[in-house]
Design a protein around this ligand. Sequence first.
Ligand SMILES: Cc1cc2nc3c(=O)[nH]c(=O)nc-3n(C[C@H](O)[C@H](O)[C@H](O)COP(=O)(O)O)c2cc1C
Length: 184
Amino acid sequence: MSQVYSVAVVVGSLRKASFNRKVALALAQLAPSNLQLKIVEIGDLPLYNEDIDLDPPAAYKAFREQIRNSDAVLFVTPEYNRSVPGVLKNAIDVGSRPYGQSAWSGKPGAVISVSPGAVGGFGANHHLRQSLVFLDVPCMQQPEAYIGGAASLFDENGKLSEKVQPFLQTFIDKYASWVERHKG
Ligand SMILES: Cc1cc2nc3c(=O)[nH]c(=O)nc-3n(C[C@H](O)[C@H](O)[C@H](O)COP(=O)(O)O)c2cc1C
């Protein structure tokens, strides 16, 4: 049997009815059997502050531990004002410290942005990639995933649209290969 890789999924929205969270859950269903996706919650992380990190809060420690214990990281995010939502940037900053002990380092990553707008969160997607370069996260280049028209991705029963399902399947299959390539 091939190795199973754990993937920490970080969703950049705290909204209950978040389209991004729905897409993250759909990806968990579509993932091949060698990837196990699990959403790591970021809503309770105190705003990053180097002073409080001298004696790190339990939430910081638990978050860093969950990222460290994962083989890979997948970001599913909306775009806020053409960039990354503050809550996601905060999580990235928390995971990156203490200096020299970043939890992100070397974890094969991928980014998918989801928006009701037509541009599909391109700005957020690429601002996030900029941080991932610095954090030494090898980030899958292709397929790029800018998902627009999010309001019509799911029907009233929460079923994923057949229009987008094949793309998400391709995305997660390619990501599984990406993880295998870096961790196998
Ligand atoms: C503060 C704020 C800024 C936003 N800026 C953008 C933006 O730059 N581009 C965009 O496509 N949508 C923008 N939106 C709309 C979000 O894409 C929309 O609220 C989306 O549903 C959020 O993702 P979620 O459904 O996962 O919560 C913004 C929303 C908020 C609250």
